[in-house]
Ligand binder design. Structure first.
Ligand code: NOJ
Ligand code: CA
Length: 653
């Protein structure tokens, strides 16, 4: 009673929200009529007292002179079912408290702060209802702080750079974050706790980047629009959830699924959505055999497409991507892309004929839209472009936004700005209407919206294998599970077997290329090399390429450290298990306890680096063995420098 009076009077007071197992405690405090939060785990501080609020254009800042007029508490305990992904069932168990805040001086605005405290996360968002004199607002800045120890280790990629999210991770401390960095921003505190700052349910708002403020506190830096503001919104408006994932170890962090719990259930019937493995008219362009542009070496011809469809049938891979079939790739496509057509083919390509050929062989075509960031040009054609694919029975589209910024509403904007976020959302919703699934390259980062829009099967959104040939080191794919992949699946373009190609030399061993199908989850997973490479040179790997699924029942993280190595087991929806591992430049032995298996005998097919394999000078050295195993056994394996392994465990017949 006494405390409640304090909230109402705007006197200094606080409320603790405790996670179901009691380990995480979030304290929300009113101090000098401003609202703050802090987070402790096991009674040790993780996030110190941190400010909340907004600067709003032409108005007083929102976050001063506050009283809390109502506090509503709720226990959430439910199971979320995902249509596809790494885990079918996700436990959504937390304590929710909503703080209804009101200014006690003019203009007497109101807003709600909703907190959710989980055993493995703290999340909160702002909800601003419409008010008589407060209906359309322009947000100048979001003031949310994360007051984290300056000596905390972070693994970062820079924000606002020309290659969007496609950078190598660097180790630094919070103290070094004087430039904005992207989320998920993964950290290790001085007392050994692993955190990742991220957001969930990003709609109609700029993506949050993170930066050290002048007061030496980490703070959200919302990606601005070209007019310098952060977002123009009409009320009611809910910000994305600010999400702090919390774990005792790096490997535990990798299966944090709170992001999905903070998103809404599917909006509509998505029972038609299927995940997909595909090959494509693609890597041949990267190694210079074919071109995107028309000409003698044009990749996307009707003839080549049919050959790839036939190869897909032989390989047992259900999809074929075709890039470079449309008008606009001539000359410098990055410059000329402003005129791309998404319905007009080059003279040597006939989509209707290719689609008919694919349909007769039960192969799915993955269409392609490279916008080159010219979003206005794309949006003009959007409806027609999606109708064109839909009319030809194409159920999957890979989109792309190459270029350092996007051109939208006649202005150059960041991909990650409110304008960008709204454009990507428009494509997802239009695709859903047409029963089309998307693989978005140069996307907006994942914030779990695929729970609501399951037709958004995957994204790129990090440096992928297209950067091989010099710009990727073996540690890169050992960072991803602890950083980028906390925001959802990634189209890393796995399975390049032509490792020693003179144009694109890979920084991996052979077995690592199949390990990626397990260590880097993607609802649309590409076996990216050319079919003749698979069929002529690596017949012993084809069974795995065919068997490995793109949809899992359950994921069990096994071992690893950020940027060093990662080992994971995944149960397929048919009951088989897959285990994969990758290591950095250091070779290492791993002992894989099989107690995740169900009862019974399993046949283990083991694809491993040979003892003398090395990503630099013996990339192909590998062994394939098979044996019967059960859950009380373990398998010891060696991962060569830049190597990895893959195991398929199927019930012994
Ligand atoms: C970059 C994408 O990541 C890549 O997959 C695509 O082939 C090129 N852009 C051209 O669209
Ligand atoms: Ca890319």
């Amino acid at each position: 009673m006494f405390k409640w009076a304090k909230w109402l009077n705007g006197k200094d007071t606080e409320k603790e929200i405790v996670s179901p197992n009691g380990r995480n405690k979030c304290t929300v405090a009113l101090k000098s009529k401003q609202i703050f939060y802090k987070v402790d785990r096991d009674n040790k501080p993780i996030v110190g007292l941190s400010r909340l609020g907004f600067d709003i254009c032409g108005e007083k800042m929102l976050g001063n002179n506050l009283r809390v007029i109502r506090i509503v508490t709720k226990n959430i305990d439910e199971t979320v079912e995902m249509l596809w992904g790494e885990d079918r069932l996700i436990k959504n168990k937390c304590q929710e408290v909503a703080f209804y805040c009101a200014e006690d001086q003019e203009p007497k605005r109101i807003f709600t702060l909703r907190f959710r405290v989980y055993d493995n996360a703290v999340a909160f968002r702002y909800e601003i209802p419409p008010q008589p004199k407060f209906q359309q607002i322009t947000i100048a800045d979001e003031l949310t702080e994360f007051n984290i120890d300056l000596n905390t280790t972070v693994w970062k990629i820079p924000a606002y750079q020309p290659d969007r999210y496609e950078y190598n991770y660097e180790k630094a401390t919070v103290y070094d974050l004087n430039h904005s960095v992207h989320t998920p921003l993964t950290m290790k505190t001085p007392n050994g706790c692993y955190l990742s700052l991220h957001e969930a349910a990003l709609y109609n708002y700029g993506a949050a980047t993170i930066k050290l403020s002048a007061e030496n506190k980490l703070k959200t830096d919302i990606t601005p629009l070209s007019d310098g503001t952060k977002a123009h919104v009409s009320l009611p408006f809910e910000t994305p959830w600010r999400l702090i994932m919390i774990a005792d170890s790096a490997i535990e962090l990798t299966t944090n699924r709170v992001m999905y719990c903070l998103n809404d259930p599917p909006r509509g019937d998505f029972s038609w959505v299927r995940t997909l493995k595909f090959i494509g008219i693609w890597w041949a362009m990267y190694v210079g055999e074919w071109t995107w542009a028309p000409g003698e070496r044009h990749g996307a011809t009707t003839q080549h497409a049919k050959e790839y469809i036939d190869a897909a049938v032989r390989l047992g891979i259900p999809g074929v991507l075709i890039e470079g079939w449309n008008d606009g790739w001539e000359g410098d496509w990055l410059e000329n892309g402003i005129n791309n057509s998404f319905t007009k083919s080059t003279p040597d390509f006939d989509l209707a004929e290719v689609a008919r050929y694919a349909r007769a062989r039960s192969v799915e075509i993955v269409g392609h839209h490279e916008t080159v960031g010219f979003v206005d040009n794309y949006e003009k054609q959007l409806e027609e472009a999606y109708n064109f694919y839909a009319a030809n029975g194409v159920h999957f589209i890979k989109t792309g936004y190459a270029g350092s910024q996007i051109l939208i509403h006649g202005r150059r904007e960041y991909h990650h700005s409110q304008a960008g976020v709204n454009h990507y959302q428009k494509t997802v919703e239009l695709a859903a209407k047409k029963h089309i699934c998307l693989d978005i390259h140069e996307p907006i980062k994942g914030t779990g919206i695929e729970r609501t829009w399951p037709n958004l099967l995957t994204r790129e959104g990090a440096r992928g294998q297209e950067y091989e040939g010099g710009a990727i080191s073996p540690s890169h794919a050992c960072y991803l599970p602890y950083t980028r992949l906390l925001s959802g699946g990634m189209d890393y373009t796995n399975g390049i077997f032509d490792l020693a190609n003179s144009v694109k030399r890979m920084s991996t061993t052979l077995t690592r290329q199949i390990a990626y199908f397990i260590t880097i989850y993607s609802g649309m997973a590409m076996a990216a090399d050319r079919p003749y490479i698979y069929e002529e040179r690596f017949k012993d790997m084809l069974k795995f390429l065919r068997d490995v699924p793109t949809n899992f029942e359950r994921t069990v993280p096994l071992a690893g450290e950020v940027g060093e190595y990662y080992v994971v087991a995944r149960k397929a929806r048919n009951g088989d298990w897959y285990v994969g591992g990758v290591t950095d430049e250091t070779g290492r032995k791993v002992n894989i306890g099989l107690n995740f298996l169900d009862e019974g005998i399993y046949r283990a097919e083991i694809y491993a680096d040979s003892n003398d394999a090395h990503y630099r000078d013996n990339q192909f050295g590998h062994t394939i063995t098979a044996k019967n195993v059960s859950k009380n056994e373990s398998i010891e394996l060696y991962m060569a420098p830049g190597g990895g392994f893959a195991i398929r465990l199927s019930r012994s017949k």
